[in-house]
Design a protein around this ligand. Sequence first.
Ligand SMILES: *Cc1c(COP(=O)(O)O)cnc(C)c1O
Length: 368
Amino acid sequence: MQVPFVDIRAQYQAVKTEILDAVNAVLEESVFVGGPRIKAFENAFGSLYGARNVVAVGNGTDAIYIALKMLGIGPGDEVITTAMSWISTSETITQTGATPVFVDVVPDTCTIDPGKIEEKITGKTKAILPVHLYGHMADMKKISALCRHHNLFLVEDCAQAHFSSHDNILAGMSGAAGTFSFYPSKNLGAFGDAGAIITADDDLARRMRMFANHGALVKHEHHMEGINSRLDTLQAAILQVKLRYIKQWTERRIEHANQYREQLSSVKKIRFPMVLPGYVHTYHLYVIQCAERDRLKKYLDDHGIQTAIHYPTALPNLPAYRHLGNSPSDFPVASRLQGEILSLPMYPELEKSQIDYVCERIHAFFKE
Ligand SMILES: *Cc1c(COP(=O)(O)O)cnc(C)c1O
């Protein structure tokens, strides 16, 4: 049996006619940038999410950059973020001219350790940028309290956490802004690059919308210099179709996660993704921790099971951040986990029988 890590085509097949209708409608209208379909998607996403403002942008990386930049973050500032994420989280901090300050993670959820944030706050700190990695939220109660106490902006990177929640508060709703990616393999995925920012602050929303469109809300009325980071109309139409299914697709991810956990619970050498009390994990990724990670990965690969590593090098240990003078021992948890994490196949269309097979092979590996 072959088990791919993700299967984007399977999702397309499931909603093909609706997608083709939407794409066809856009082609017939031939409005490819802007137009009412952008607003329609923003409204649909906003009402499903309960977000007051949605600003659709070109991708999830720009979403972070635009939010930080329009909060006034720039040269001389520091932004505190997690040692474990995709590089977009930290490179966007640098893009504003500010400096990323990394904090180690908690081993249970691989999210930023709130107990290690305060020691990194200086007179230059302007914001905290937590990442709800893999689909489990960071501890927003503690992080929000720190932001209030130290008068810092809170921007949540929700690229992996559409509809994740803690005590019924959704990812992206606790701070100044929440940023999303609709990269094709994300829980809500376009057919190309796409992203959005949510915020309760109308003025921030207006400035972000302006900045993403060359500093203009109305053509030729440039109130500032900006960038070109707009959501394509085709992607908006596709995303609006997929939005109808996001709840049921998320349910499927949770069912798959439960199946993995039930069938693997007797394997003592694996640590499973934790779901802390009150949290809803949306399993963008199903990441186990295992000391024999590399051997297990090779074994599964030899048996037709694709896995992945998110991510093989913790951010502060990347060559891109050598200039910051960090050492792996400054981030003991993230530096250990980079050698132990393994992402198992996870996508809504995964079959029960495929998960049976993955679990069977994992049991076999630990018996050999
Ligand atoms: C995917 C991702 C991003 C970037 O999104 P793009 O749409 O690919 O630019 C940012 N942060 C995290 C944690 C991500 O997983």
